[in-house]
Design a protein around this ligand. Sequence first.
Ligand code: C5P
Length: 205
Amino acid sequence: MIIAVDGPTASGKGTIAKALAAHFGLPHLDTGLLYRAVGRQVQLNDGDPNNPADALAATHFLDALLLDDFLRSEEVGGLASRVSVHPAVRQALYDRQRAFVEQPGGAVLDGRDIGTVIAPEAEVKLFVTASVEARARRRWLEMTGREIEIPLAEIEQDIVRRDARDINRKDAPLKAAPDALILDTTSFDKEQAIEAAIEAVKERL
Ligand code: C5P
């Protein structure tokens, strides 16, 4: 069984994908980490994430970087969203994601284009979304918990900018596959979101 979980930043898609993988006993790939590793490598190279050649050069030797402490930072998230615009970068990461999809027994992948480009054959496609306000608040609570002080308004602006870049890019934009089930988690807490996702998968089986 292949489960594709797509959605915008801080929608809860990562939490949901991880919980589905544990519940159904499947391996999980957070594809955002691949783009984050490319963004981080551009930064280490002193490159420009908007330059396709710099971004493509950064797609080599990503494995060591997947353990990098900075990968989950907002700064690297922003770099990831810039490098992910370039078709050559998306192509360079395609085979690796396909190999994960094709492993025997199935898999759960989360990202932006799993149901549309990476695994259009997935048996279950979820598009997880929530209001900008709810997503900003979640991210703010998470960062405050890690003792990172940042105004809520700043996080909200960053989310709006990142959404716009992901939705408006030409290659593999963020959008729900026509056969995806839309899961709006605005009024859900973490447990409710996970429960709704597990029920949705069961209904599709
Ligand atoms: O999900 P996460 O916030 O870690 O993703 C970081 C960035 O990587 C996203 O804003 C998006 O631009 C890009 N991305 C993508 N396609 C994916 C996963 C992530 O373009 N499948």
